[in-house]
Design a protein around this ligand. Structure first.
Ligand SMILES: *Cc1c(COP(=O)(O)O)cnc(C)c1O
Length: 340
């Protein structure tokens, strides 16, 4: 079934074979990659398949390393998905606004039509409308859960129904999953051969700067993506740092603290009259509806506090998206917001 979804030129492609691809054993001397031979910790090309990072991820997540692909941020992983499955000017993808802006940007870059089926008033996918909108050229459905900017995890049975009935690839972007109390969809990869789950080092793992994104999928899908990724797409410094991060496990404590701070912020903000609604959050940010988003945004800016005004997004008029900061930052935010 996946076979039929792959673009013809990608199916026919013989991938670039790097020196580190062709010789993977241990040798005395490496004179095969035209590197500078003098050691400085970075003179050699990095492992193209990031085996050490994947092994640590595998121990943490319980997924076999053959079902992972790492990229230069989720951005690269998502772009690889477009390039593997979507024929420019012919195929389409389905997006569920309000959602993460990159899917639409990547669709435009790849000259692929984006069919938009807005979320319901409770910010859940409209399953029937999505399934009705798909046609033979619908290759990928992007589901962001927990969703950015609405912060909620989508209803499990709705997502199940989409996974079972959508004829193309279903991407579930779980950038924020470590802040949610629900299980990750990676646990159900074997049940759904068309599923790709993406995660990232940028949020809960606290390393947006190293640009490391992960795709979890069937070996078949991972093999296709591996074929088209730039050979050394994750640099050595990022790989070393990722190994450090996964070994330290310091971030686990930070996730708990952020969730606790989210709860405190939610209950304190509930007291403020100009806040009309606080949406349920399963992420490290909260979306609030206020009386006048532009006014409140500017008032906070005067206090040197930047939040994100999401008012232009579908069904998001007069909303602000606020990331959970450190306890000190959240206290200062509250002090200022109470004064408005
Ligand atoms: C922040 C975010 C990401 C992370 O992207 P990276 O390129 O890995 O930094 C992915 N998806 C969503 C929905 C996000 O909000």
């Amino acid at each position: 079934m996946i076979e039929a979804l792959i673009r013809k030129n990608i199916k026919a492609l013989s991938p670039y074979s790097s020196a580190r691809d062709e010789f993977t054993k241990v040798a005395d001397m490496y004179l095969d990659a035209n590197e500078n031979p003098y050691q400085n910790n970075l003179n050699r090309y990095p492992d193209p398949y990031q085996k050490k990072v994947k092994t640590l991820l595998s121990e943490w997540k319980g997924i076999d390393t053959s079902k992972m692909l790492l990229g230069n941020g989720s951005d690269e992983v998502l772009d690889l998905i477009f390039r593997a499955f979507c024929e420019p000017k012919e195929d389409n993808v389905i997006l569920l606004p309000p959602t993460y802006g990159m899917y639409n940007v990547l669709a435009n870059i790849n000259d692929v039509e984006a069919i938009e089926i807005g979320l319901s008033d409770t910010f859940e996918p409209k399953v029937d409308a999505i399934l009705e909108a798909q046609n033979e050229n619908s290759k990928v459905l992007f589901i962001c859960s927990p969703n950015n900017p609405t912060a909620n995890v989508f209803n499990i049975s709705k997502v199940e129904k989409l996974l079972s009935n959508f004829n193309g690839i279903v991407v579930i972007d779980e950038a924020y999953i470590d802040f949610a109390d629900t299980a990750s969809w990676i646990e159900r990869l074997d049940e759904f051969p068309n599923l790709i789950v993406t995660q990232t080092f940028s949020k809960a793992l606290g390393h947006a700067a190293i640009r490391l994104g992960i795709a979890y999928a069937s070996e078949e899908i991972v093999n296709v993506l591996n074929k088209i990724k730039p050979p050394y797409n994750v640099n050595e410094l990022s790989q070393q740092k990722a190994i450090e991060v996964l070994t330290e496990a310091k971030f686990i404590k930070q996730i708990d603290e952020i969730k606790l701070e989210r709860k405190k912020l939610e209950s304190a903000l509930a007291e403020l009259k100009y806040i009309k609604k606080i949406y349920r959050s399963d992420a490290n940010f909260i979306l609030i509806k206020v009386d006048d988003a532009n006014k409140r945004y500017n008032q906070l800016l005067e206090k040197e506090i930047v939040v994100r005004n999401r008012s232009k997004q579908y069904k998001c008029d007069n909303t602000l998206r606020i990331s959970i900061g450190t306890p000190a930052e959240n206290n200062k935010l509250l002090v200022e917001m109470i004064k408005l």
